[in-house]
Design a protein around this ligand. Structure first.
Ligand code: ATP
Ligand code: MG
Length: 574
């Protein structure tokens, strides 16, 4: 491709609206432009890049035995009402009406659509297993679209759906997708960590997210370097610290009953711990929640954070919100800030194991301006349930091996779910087995954010001068330029090598613009083509051409004959 014949509107400055490196570079390098919040047009080079990512995904999906289809992006609302997800998805799902006032949605994902298809088309075990995938646009009215295409409102996703006759088969299908994902991200030049994840609105029995470690990632994960345990913080568990409390503290605690202490207007953990001159870890937070329609109390240690995803799971509810001050007052008989478990019989108490392991604790007194000292678990209150409901923190012990957990940020680029029969039940998607008996199809679903993956590639592959495209996804692999466009000998050579390199199978962008070399070099760096071939006045007099690798900026001079040039390019390990 000649630069002058395509469209690469590079920018000198970083657009002010772009907070992350990938967002800045995708705009500055002219890969895309914003239409409105969370909506982007991909320009020619950006689109080539995305198509390459798609192609890698397509090849690996095909290799894993999945078959490509294309489903409508516009769905009848009825299907979503049928599965109950019209409510679960809430305002994130874009809704509209046709001319007859029938409800439709712009598909945020396709479980309902594919399951309805399977219910109509799959009859026999002989058709199983089967795995359908598509690469298509998805729509989600995100609360906060951000970071360019990382969290957009219209984005490209690869979504696959497997159907199996039994659980063993479904697990095998899952594993095949899991392995394909590893290959896909590797081929895209990305390092990923597969973490155990919460199944959330998708439902189902287990799931893994593929995370690209990055500071700007919106997800947090806990990873054990010793045994490899890795989980999204929404789900991550940790073991209790051993010997955290001196044993004599337990003996001292048992000797005294709990006592009231005045804590005038001291409502937060910080206030109370300062006022009583104790550490936050000696206190217990009592949080009052509305779980669906039931009010509950959750207990965690003062220095810990509540994990609402885990609490939701422990309670088995669909919605979970902090109770209003009125509810808190009516349940605890005290204003907000003084709730505690002692005498709190009106609601079930869910306590974190770290609370139950305390020798004694300081809690709210269910009375204004009052806390209780020396409260002992199981003596002074009995929880309805003990469950791990806290957020794992850096340095916690691993549940598997007692190793040390590290908490870091990640970009979720893919997600595998074992769905089980949630959707096949809803849509009565069944098959007849060899005995002629009807069974539910066992499902899995597998998503990759194609455009988010593209952004993650740039987020992880750049330097101060611009993008550093991995060879596998570069919009063009080789950048070719004659330094002085008014020197016809140079231009002729550049034209010749343009053909030579293309004929050798490389994707070449030939910068034929009549611009200063400085501007061109800057653009070549910004766009991050893996190899730069420069034909310059001085070198050519000695019969030499300059070949530079973008990643290392390492330059070699090679003889100007085609074979030498091609083999020099190949030596960069591409
Ligand atoms: P997130 O937690 O980031 O909102 P999700 O759990 O809603 O993601 P899934 O429903 O599992 O995402 O979708 C599959 C994949 O689609 C994700 O792994 C992610 O790569 C991508 N994705 C999801 N939402 C967006 C978005 N708004 N913009 C771009 N890509 C997205
Ligand atoms: Mg989401």
């Amino acid at each position: 491709m000649r630069w002058s014949k395509t469209f690469i509107p590079t920018l000198r400055e970083n657009p002010a609206e772009a907070e992350t490196v990938s967002h800045q570079l995708m705009l500055r390098a002219g890969l895309m432009r914003k239409l409105a919040s969370g909506l982007y047009t991909y320009l020619p080079l950006g689109w080539r890049f995305i198509r390459k990512v798609e192609q890698i995904i397509r090849e690996e999906m095909d290799r894993a035995g999945a078959i490509e289809v294309m489903m409508p992006m516009l769905h009848p609302l009825e299907l979503w009402e049928h599965s109950g997800r019209a409510k679960v998805m809430g305002p994130e799902m874009m809704r509209l009406h046709d001319r007859n006032a029938r409800g439709f949605v712009l598909g945020p994902t396709h479980e309902e659509i594919i399951t309805a298809l399977a219910a109509g088309e799959i009859r026999s075990y002989k058709q199983l297993p089967i795995n359908f995938y598509q690469i298509a646009n998805k729509f989600r009215d995100e609360i906060r679209p951000r970071f360019g295409v990382m969290r957009a409102r219209e984005f490209i996703m690869k979504d696959a759906y497997s159907f199996d006759a039994d659980d063993t088969g479904a697990n095998k299908s899952y594993q095949m997708m899991f392995d394909a994902y590893k290959r896909i991200f590797n081929r895209c030049g990305l390092t990923t960590v597969a973490v155990e994840a919460d199944t959330g609105a998708m439902g189902g029995s287990f799931s893994h997210e593929f995370m690209v470690p990055a500071e700007i990632g919106e997800d947090r994960m806990a990873v054990c370097s010793q045994c490899g345990y890795a989980a999204n913080l929404e789900k991550a568990e940790s073991a209790l610290m051993e010997n955290e409390w001196d044993t004599h503290l337990f003996d001292i605690a048992k000797k005294t009953t709990y006592q009231e202490v005045d804590t005038p207007n001291m409502r937060s953990i910080e206030d109370v711990s300062r006022f009583l001159n104790v550490q936050p870890k000696q206190l217990v937070k009592t949080l009052i929640y509305l779980a669906d329609t039931q009010v509950i109390a959750a207990l965690i240690r003062g220095d810990h954070q509540i994990n609402e995803s885990k609490l939701k799971k422990a309670v088995g509810c669909e919605t979970l919100t902090l109770a209003t001050p009125e509810t808190i007052e009516s349940v605890t008989q005290a204003p907000v800030g003084f709730a505690g478990p002692v005498g709190l019989t009106a609601v079930p108490i869910i306590a974190d194991p770290a609370v139950m392991a305390m020798p004694s604790m300081i809690t709210g007194g269910n009375k204004i301006d009052t806390h209780l000292l020396n409260v002992i678990p199981n003596r002074d209150f009995k929880p309805a349930k003990i469950a791990d409901i806290r957020v794992v923190t850096q340095g916690d012990r691993c549940v598997n091996c007692q190793g040390t957990l590290t908490v870091s940020y990640g970009i979720e680029v893919g997600h595998c779910f074992k769905l089980g029969t949630k959707y096949s039940e809803a849509f009565h998607a069944t098959y007849l087995d060899a005995e002629g008996k009807e069974n539910l199809l066992i499902m899995g679903c597998y998503g990759i954010g194609v455009t988010r993956t593209a952004a993650a590639i740039i987020e992880c592959n750049n330097d101060k001068d611009g993008i550093i495209f991995p060879w596998s996804v570069a919009p063009y692999q080789i950048y070719l330029m004659a330094v002085n466009p008014s020197n016809s000998e140079l231009v002729q050579l550049a034209e010749k090598f343009y053909i030579v390199l293309r004929d050798a199978g490389f994707e070449v962008i030939y910068d034929d613009r009549n611009e200063r070399p400085g501007v061109k070099f800057k653009d070549a760096d910004l766009l991050g083509f893996p190899i730069r071939v420069i034909i310059g006045d001085k070198n050519i007099k000695q019969g030499l051409i300059e070949v530079t690798e973008r990643r290392t900026k390492q330059t070699r001079l090679v003889q100007k004959n085609p074979e030498t040039l091609i083999s020099a390019i190949k030596q960069y390990g591409v």
